[in-house]
Design a binder for this molecule. Structure first.
Ligand SMILES: O=C(O)[C@H](O)[C@@H](O)[C@H](O)[C@H](O)COP(=O)(O)O
Ligand code: SF4
Length: 599
């Protein structure tokens, strides 16, 4: 199928914009490749230290002919999605040994659960933790004894941080290994309703706790289509998972077979063999365009509008918000998974999932098919789904029709003709809004502003009954330089209550929202941020603000000239590590470029 002209034009524009940066990147990768097999240039002492504790693998390692695979793991018990990784390293090592290689845990990386820190002080470290993960992965791989890497990570900032590092070590082949989604609990929508009833005092704390525990009830990724599951989609659309690996639950025999297969594949695609697949050959402008197409077609998390530019820049690919806007304008919304609908990722997967979508989008010419992937040449590999036949893993032709058109639709008969994310611009700056989860009649909101500097202040105003009509809630000084750009998802229940009362409600912030945020229109990632003197800092209560997702405008109808910028209250260090991240706040770039302090 010929590539759609609009997708081709965006790709050409990115390729042209990135030409110099991508050239420098490819030169760097070539230098690393010329250094030859990764251990040939290490001194005896370096190698002795590296292998000292490797037991039966030691001789093979010293001999130096078998591929050595570095495992980078984001295991911890705090993220339900990462808890299954506890047992992965010995399992992977055994599989790699059977495949003729050796393996070492190169290092661990930190992982923050945004569900644990949501609405708490820790959330101010969340976005910066992505860069910390990239740095920690760099520390792990800097031992430089590896011919390939396996990346164990699923959630919000973990996959982006790992990809930033995998691209930086682009001479190494790399495969991302997921652990799979939690089995379905109570519907996400039911949980959200109990939260709203708790916010209005109609539900007890005991009822709320029971609903939360019935929603988040076991190992695996939370089942809403938030940032973590959007990451899983990206890893298939960009060719860094094995096909169909994303949504097989932990403990399923197919899960174990896919993990084994990824281990075996990592041995097969090193420079020591004859199917060398370095990450640098996979992560080019076409892979990132394919990722953005998947983001739009699935109505994925707004956080990827921050993460993808940082991931791409690590590979010498320069993305702009206009690239997202142009792809969103061309790609249909094919999936309705919470918060965009009532289904969860398990239902989505059962309806046909990513394999159905990739097939549809390839047939529609909306994806680059001629790409390099860890599975082989071409994205067509990702239209196939894994099966266990007589105990053996095989890939079969994936579904070519949806099993549930209330969850998943063909590209020719989508839920919406355009993607879920819209760029806004106007006299308040640039912003992003996720419209796939917002009712069409709420795509334009014009109302008086109420201006706040913290989420807590909004909650206090709600409790005091101060919201009695249409309102644009402005929460400023939440940008990367101000306090690390936290998610303000804890405001969702009270904003939804106001909306359900019949008020026109919108949120405008230089902060961000969760991938699980949904039905209330929110203009987020406003840049320039208030802490950088952006117009948000000049807003006052009562200013008339208009958020228009149809025309892509964000404006205030007031003369801001002559106003003095409002400064936030000085935040005090709180014993939760805030002071350790001052260097990130000082050096972080704008949200429009991915809000990174390292790239
Ligand atoms: O971007 C995301 O997907 C969110 O960061 C998500 O990972 C986070 O955990 C939410 O807070 C979960 O939703 P609740 O807070 O509503 O449980
Ligand atoms: S999806 Fe969010 S809440 Fe769930 S484990 Fe991952 S980070 Fe935590």
């Amino acid at each position: 199928m010929l590539l759609d002209p609009a997708i081709a034009a965006v790709t050409d524009r990115i390729r042209e914009r990135s030409r110099a940066a991508r050239g420098r990147y490819r030169d760097k990768v070539a230098r690393a490749q010329q250094a030859g097999p990764r251990r040939a240039h290490l001194a005896c002492g370096n190698q002795a230290h590296a292998y000292a504790a490797m037991g039966e693998m030691k001789d093979t390692l010293v001999e130096g002919r078998a591929p050595n695979v570095g495992i980078v793991t984001a295991y911890n018990d705090m993220l339900s999605a990462h808890q299954p990784y506890e047992t992965y390293p010995p399992f992977l090592k055994a599989a790699i040994r059977r495949a003729g290689g050796t393996a070492q845990v190169a290092g661990g990386v930190p992982a923050m659960c945004d569900g644990v820190t949501q609405g708490q002080k820790g959330m101010e470290l969340s976005l910066f933790s992505r860069d910390v993960i990239a740095l920690a992965t760099g520390v792990a791989l800097s031992h430089d004894t590896f011919d390939a890497a396996l990346y164990l990570g699923v959630c919000d900032k973990i996959v982006p941080g790992l990809v930033m590092a995998a691209a930086s070590f682009g001479h190494l082949p790399g495969i991302f290994i997921p652990a799979g989604p939690m089995t379905s609990g109570i519907p996400n929508d039911e949980k959200a309703k109990v939260r709203q009833r708790f916010a209005t005092g109609e539900a007890t704390r005991a009822e709320l706790m029971a609903a939360e525990m019935a929603s988040y009830h076991g190992p695996g990724t939370c089942t809403f289509y938030g940032t973590a599951n959007t990451n899983q989609m990206l890893m298939e659309f960009m060719g860094l998972h094995l096909p169909g690996a994303s949504f097989v639950p932990p403990g399923d025999p197919l899960r174990e077979a896919l993990t084994t297969a990824a281990a075996e594949r990592s041995v097969a695609i090193t420079a020591l063999g004859n199917d060398y697949r370095p990450v640098a050959d996979i992560l080019d402008e076409r892979a990132f365009v394919n990722g953005i197409v998947g983001l739009m077609a699935t109505g994925g998390s707004t956080n990827l509008v921050l993460h993808l530019p940082a991931m791409a820049r690590a590979a010498g690919v320069l993305l702009d918000l206009q690239d997202f806007a142009d792809i969103s304008a061309r790609v249909p919304l094919m999936a309705k998974v919470y918060p965009n609908g009532l289904a969860d990722v398990n239902h989505f997967h059962a309806a046909g999932g990513l394999q159905f979508m990739i097939g549809e989008l390839l047939d529609a010419g909306l994806l680059h098919g001629d790409v390099v992937t860890v599975m082989g040449e071409g994205l067509h590999h990702y239209t196939r789904e894994p099966r266990l036949v007589d105990g053996a893993l095989t890939w079969a032709e994936g579904p070519r029709r949806t099993e549930n058109d209330r969850i998943l639709r063909p590209a020719k008969d989508p839920f919406q003709p355009q993607g879920g994310l819209v760029q806004l611009s106007g006299n308040l700056g640039r912003a992003v809004i996720k419209v796939s989860a917002v009712a069409p009649e709420r795509h334009v909101i014009e109302a008086p502003a109420r201006v706040f500097h913290t989420q807590e202040a909004v909650k206090q105003a709600f409790k005091a009954g101060e919201f009695t009509g249409d309102v644009v809630v402005v929460v400023r000084h939440q940008g990367p330089r101000a306090n690390g750009m936290p998610e303000l998802h804890a405001l969702t229940p009270i904003l939804a209550v106001l909306q359900d009362r019949g008020h026109k409600v919108a949120l405008v912030t230089d902060g961000r929202m969760s991938g699980a945020s949904g039905k209330v229109p929110a203009a987020i990632h406003v840049a320039p941020e208030a802490a950088d003197g952006g117009p948000l800092s000049l807003l006052r209560d009562g200013d008339m603000v208009r958020l228009d997702a149809r025309t892509g405008r964000l404006d205030v109808f007031a003369d801001l000239s002559g106003r003095t910028p409002a400064l936030p209250e000085e935040a005090e260090d709180d014993g939760l590590g805030r002071e350790l991240f001052a260097v990130f706040r000082r050096n972080v770039g704008p949200a429009t470029e991915g809000a990174s302090a390292v790239l």
